[in-house]
Design a protein around this ligand. Sequence first.
Ligand SMILES: [Zn+2]
Ligand SMILES: [Zn+2]
Ligand SMILES: [Zn+2]
Length: 327
Amino acid sequence: MSTLSTLSFELIGLVAQYLNFKDLICLSQCNKTLYGVQRIDQLWKGLCRMEFGIQYHDPNQSYKQLFYSCCMTVKGKGEYKRLPCNHVRDAAQERTITKLNQCQRCGVQGDENLFLCISDNCHQIMCDRHTRQHARLAHPYLHSVFYKMNTSELFCQVCVDWIGGLDSHPAEQYVASQITLQWVYHFKQDTSVLKTRKYRQIERQLRWKDTPQHIMKGDFCFISSDWMVEWEMFVEGWKTTRPSVLIDQTQLLSLVVGLNQEGTNPFYLHSNGSVMIISSQTWDYLSRHYNVKGKKITEDHLCPVENYSSIIQRISYWKKRALNYTR
Ligand SMILES: [Zn+2]
Ligand SMILES: [Zn+2]
Ligand SMILES: [Zn+2]
């Protein structure tokens, strides 16, 4: 160690590039000079790439923070549900492609159905089905990130998730916003797509949070399934604009009775002309941002109880099942 200490700090830094995480920590424990080595963020940049395959970060955070945050995610103790996508590459190169309005494989048309492979020198435009085939069968791991035209978002077919969503790591959010912005400018898209994207990301987070367990643990209410179909189409990007139809609650109580059939799952889209159950938190957001006809309908409105006895029974069964699941 005394030999190592005679080297200049720069040289020690160069040597340390070859260390893995454990060895870097051991080295930095040796003395005061060597402790300074673990402050070199370039070393953490290398570790992020080596251990997690991540080649970007949020400029407001260090690579060291990113590395530790990833370690916590791997242990299942982090605040993010998955590691930042390591399939996305920031390719700031000249692009000469022109926007096509149909899948190059099957001819499906419409911006809401199309994705662009952002891998260098590929840039093929495909429908959902063909992106999956392209990413998983034809070029595993190499062509997995796609730009969705109408929503200005990235989808990774390996992570099977939208990239840069509100619940993803800030580094991923940063890189996704950089890349999507480049494409918005490249295609000369109207920048209002970015404002709509903000709404979509907030609403997608709400929609995905509403698992049966989450809904049944707190207060919940009923909502028209017809409206939820419209909303889901927007949230998942199959429609470009936000739903403009009213959330019509006026006939809802008569439809609630129909929920008592075996096999009906009111937490997920099941059929038109029916009812779904959402958390009060989601309702509060929706009623603030969309037009509602009628009022919020909760369990308390199921009266007289004899008229609703079987649906009340069913709700207590769902509650029990959801609470058992989380225990
Ligand atoms: Zn990915
Ligand atoms: Zn296709
Ligand atoms: Zn490709």
